[in-house]
Design a protein around this ligand. Sequence first.
Ligand SMILES: [Cu+2]
Length: 641
Amino acid sequence: MASPTVIRQDGLACGNGGTIVTDSPAHPLDPLTAEEIRQAAAILRRDRGIGAGWRFASIELKEPGKVALAAGEAAGRDAIVVCWDRADGRAYRAAVSLTGDAVTGWEDLPGQQPNMTVDEWHECDQMLRAHPELAQALARRGITDMSLVLTDMWAYGAALVPERYRGLRIGWSDVWYRDSPEGNPYAHHVTGLHPVVDLNRMTLLEVEDVSGDGEEPQVTGEYLPSLIGKPLREVAPLEVRQPSGVGFSLDGRLLSWQNWQLRLGFNHREGLVLHQVRFRDGGRLRPVAHRMSFAEMFVPYRDASADHYRRTAFDIGEWGLGFMTTSLELGCDCLGEISYLDAVVHDSAGEPRVIRNAICVHEEDSGVLWKHVDERTGAEVRRQRRLVVSFHVTVANYEYLVYWRFYQDGNIECEVRATGIVVTSHASGVPVNGTLVDQGTYAPFHQHFIVARLDLDVDGPDNTVYAVSSEAVGDDPWGLGLVVRETPLRTEAEGKQDYDWASQRAWKVVNDDVLNGLGTPVGYKLVPGGAFPPLLSPSSPAFQRAEVIGHTLWVTPYREDERWPCGDFPNLSDRDTGLPAWTAADRPIENTDVVLWYVFGIHHVTRPEDWPVMPTDAVSFWLKPFGFFDRNPALDVPPGH
Ligand SMILES: [Cu+2]
């Protein structure tokens, strides 16, 4: 859950991938190009004296606001850059005009720690593995071959940082070792051994060494075919072919498929961003969403033992889904006829890094769309097809696979699959806060809370969110009557909504000013899935850094600068300065440009079957048209061949 190691990609190449590389921005929402990233860093070096002692935490496009986009103004290109001086730890946020070749804003960020960088993670691993103190601690455990050792630095919360290290840019690390050079790096946890590191000086502050009984459990943790020592099962080939070509088209980053149209963005923190999602209905291109992405992912481990009590990963705010995105070039990640888009991120020196084939676009068959068998006319069936836009991230031991799926009937599905290798440590006896997965080895329980930021614009920006609840009225003679109550959410306090099984609560985003052919206002329904309660005390430091997990849904009025639900800088944070702070004003959210923050994910009660590599666990939520159309919008889908 910390940062990526070397990505192994020894899967077979599948499908006929075509890569779209966009070297020059064609649209104001296109991500920064490699050249623009270089330019932003160069302007800051020239005008602000940023030198070798500094790091760039993030360089991203300053996206034009809604008004400017709607007006079609030919705005210049701007970057937002966060950087810090390692010498004194002071961080700054700069606005850089690429068009104007100038720094246009320079904000001091006292007390803030920018996101962790991939460079720090690697430098920390190198420093630790060369450090005599760590070597001695490992030698006491009989581990002497440092080439088999991996350290894995994690960020953590301010409340858990000892007083003597307050204010430092600090990380703590696990230590792992492999059985063999190709062995699973996360198979053997060196339990009770945790270096604590000053990342700005890149020095070891101390080694926490709480040795156990010294007995290393006999773990069988391999997953490579060459190492698992048993034959692979036989599987018949399954091919997906589209002999006449694909049904979608990409014009730069503008993706069109059947009635859908959207624009593909990307940045270091959210990874894939979907802009300007629209549905062509008759002659009209109707807005559904202005922008959709994942704004935070919080993973508290629910085990207070010495090895796990600091594990509260903010995979987006601390590390960044974009930085962690892996290349799909050689894998069987998408099957069929595929188009890929590259992504560009950067290192901490401000040099761009291209992630080849970062975003996958393809079509899939998805079973039956609709069907009826009539005595006279026989069966009328339509196959369902969906357009899938996906990207994969590897955050150290864990993988997250993100799929946005667009359907012919106007549905949008957002699915996340978690896979990879669960964190383990040695178990003495029966584990209390985890599950035994191997000899003397357990995987602690944990939760993956994902916050989807959904800036929906249903037929225009001004929408109202309604809580939709089913109630049995039961005052008729047969006790049958069911009513559905729709309650408008008028303020941010009312916008804090929780999942409710008893009333089958869902939420409708409605444009009260636009009526469908039946005379009712048009809407899209957020159908909750993968929702679960925090099960954390409000006074716990973990909860205080991520109060967003206290509700399934939050609704706020759109503000350009409100992007990160746990605050701009969750790294080493002590409290959530995002949603709880913004919503304290209890602003009106009725008939205005609303943003929905949907909290879902995986309540991960670990299983033996999750070991040594976890089969994907999938969760999803849906956005479904509700009165957006007058009837089934997929009547015009032709029968199959
Ligand atoms: Cu998990």
